[in-house]
Design a protein around this ligand. Sequence first.
Ligand code: GLN
Ligand code: ZN
Length: 772
Amino acid sequence: MFSSLSISRKMASHIVGYPRMGPKRELKFALESFWDGKSSADDLQKVATDLRCSIWKQMADAGIKYIPSNTFSYYDQVLDTTAMLGAVPERYNYTGAEIGFDIYFSMARGNASVPAMEMTKWFDTNYHFIVPELGPNTKFTYSSHKAVSEYKEAKALGIETVPVLIGPVTYLLLSKPAKGVEKSFSPLSLLGNILPIYKEVTAELKAAGASWIQFDEPTLVMDLESHQLEAFTKAYTELESSLSGLNVLIETYFADVPAEAYKTITSLKGISGVGLDLIRGTKTLDLVKSAGFPAGKYLFAGVVDGRNIWANDLASSLSTLQALEAIVGKDKLVVSTSCSLMHTAVDLVNETKLDSEIKSWLAFAAQKVVEVNALAKALAGQKDEAFFSANAAAQSSRKSSPRVTNEEVQKAAAALKGSDHRRVTNVSARLDAQQKKLNLPILPTTTIGSFPQTMDLRRVRREYKANKISEEEYVKAIKEEISKVVKLQEELDIDVLVHGEPERNDMVEYFGEQLSGFAFTVNGWVQSYGSRCVKPPIIYGDVSRPKAMTVFWSKMAQSMTARPMKGMLTGPVTILNWSFVRNDQPRFETCYQIALAIKKEVEDLEAAGIQVIQIDEAALREGLPLRKSEQAFYLDWAVHSFRITNCGVQDTTQIHTHMCYSNFNDIIHSIIGMDADVITIENSRSDEKLLSVFREGVKYGAGIGPGVYDIHSPRIPSTEEIADRINKMLAVLETNILWVNPDCGLKTRKYGEVKPALTNMVSAAKLLRTQL
Ligand code: GLN
Ligand code: ZN
């Protein structure tokens, strides 16, 4: 619709990066089929080429001036950089030639004989990258010409692009010492070794005709030490001569650039432009106003949110842009996205089932590209009035829509202020009261919630959703499954049972579908890692709970056994952190609303006779802000939200929570502040880390169940091995607070693995009980 209008003159518009998966996850399916040996490398390459081509064309048609290339990836952009640098860990037997699929996917996923490289979260997003493993002996050679070939590929299509590289300093700051290398080794010390490769790449890009190059340096938004900050000056000073003749953009995202770092990058000599995130960087506009911006340089203003799905408030962005223009000058401001669009969904066009009013409030990557261009044109005096007024109408419909606002919820959330929402009795007294009722042995055994999700189960849920089977048939099938799981646990002699979660597809979706204020997409996928994508729900309005969500199943399960049956809920912080959250009120307000809805569920479960209720907060840590100065505030409202859900229960009702990570050292006091009666945590892959917290003397009085075996692996742990683990924990924790459980839910495992593993877990607990 805009292509014919915009060809004449390209306004100053820029996209930081674009999703690679394709509008219908084409790349995912191509990758998985290739990995399964069902299609050839050529087939995979063909899908990838088509995707790149259509993405470039789409941006060109929209009128974007600075179109990124090399933001496509077969797996991960950090791994692509590792390939470019030839920094392949020794175990992959790399011989030094151009890196092909073989070595590349072995690093990403491991192969029959060698494990994969480690994966970790990309800043505070839900994307995971492959962590480079470096040491003093790592040899760097230019081993993947991907950046150059993608640039040329676009050029052959008649599209001029800005090649994007992960900057050298960010690359090193995200790296870790390779196996066998001293833990104290600093990868940043390799800066001088990798710069020659960057020089080779940039020289080649220059020779191919590139006029701009983008270095992503998002670590600039972190709390850096002065020597880390100096590394930026060192790196770009050293690259200066080889970059001459190229315009260089240093791109930052995910938060404000701290004042010191801002000074550093804006005063770099060989640099033509700096990209800033004005969405997460809420203080960036003020910083530019007060600190100024160097004359002659371009400011790439990230005003279109790359991490959410909301349509931009164009009028408000335009006024931000005008304020910036007054500082940097008319031809030096470029309209951009706040970060790569890979963190948002791909194309709204494919959402045929979304309500049309809600749809009018949204913009996925493809729509954001159009927004960026519309803003750039408006800034240049060619405002598309129709587009702007349609946008203004959508904005105001969103503000005034009755489906967004629920007075009652607003009031209830406002009424929370001023109270801390703590249970009146302290945790040790509560545990005593609970023990009188539950009468559990020492080292009680339990599991985290889900049991294996068989094909049959998935089919039953799918058919019920598609109205292919009746509610009656569905309930019957799920009931049979629950009864099977209950029987199995009784046979295994587990102390506190679960119903197995057979009715749930996903721990957030299940609740989102039953709460008001949530919407679901059909194709709103976002890459999580490799070929894995998630489809976060959209929280668009005030959240409430029209009716009980889990009571029916929990009550049914409890009626099947005399042992305590855990009620199983997902906590407010996890629901929040795994959703696209509304941007018209602070995140904590939305979180409090979810907390109130979960609180009602907790109360209903308690009233239905459920004595143990687990409220999973698997993703509490994921929401932790990047900057230390903002972390205390987040932890405060996150922990508070959790307490809201259960502060009203009786002393005898036992509240459990569960978390999927064990790097607790920095947030242990917040965890204690949650005031749960029992916490189960992932632990088995990092015994030492968790135990060191307690070894250092942190006082912990609540129940705690550090996972005794890794559920991510099909391996079956022996009784001795589990007993050994428990003994290690007993050395630092009081006997009477320790629980015995696996690391996480069992839904991805097979019964053939779960039965023997749990058998051994229970025997280990029993063995130790006789020795204590
Ligand atoms: N109760 C959930 C399960 O067992 C917890 C999942 C999780 O922690 N990610 O599946
Ligand atoms: Zn977990």
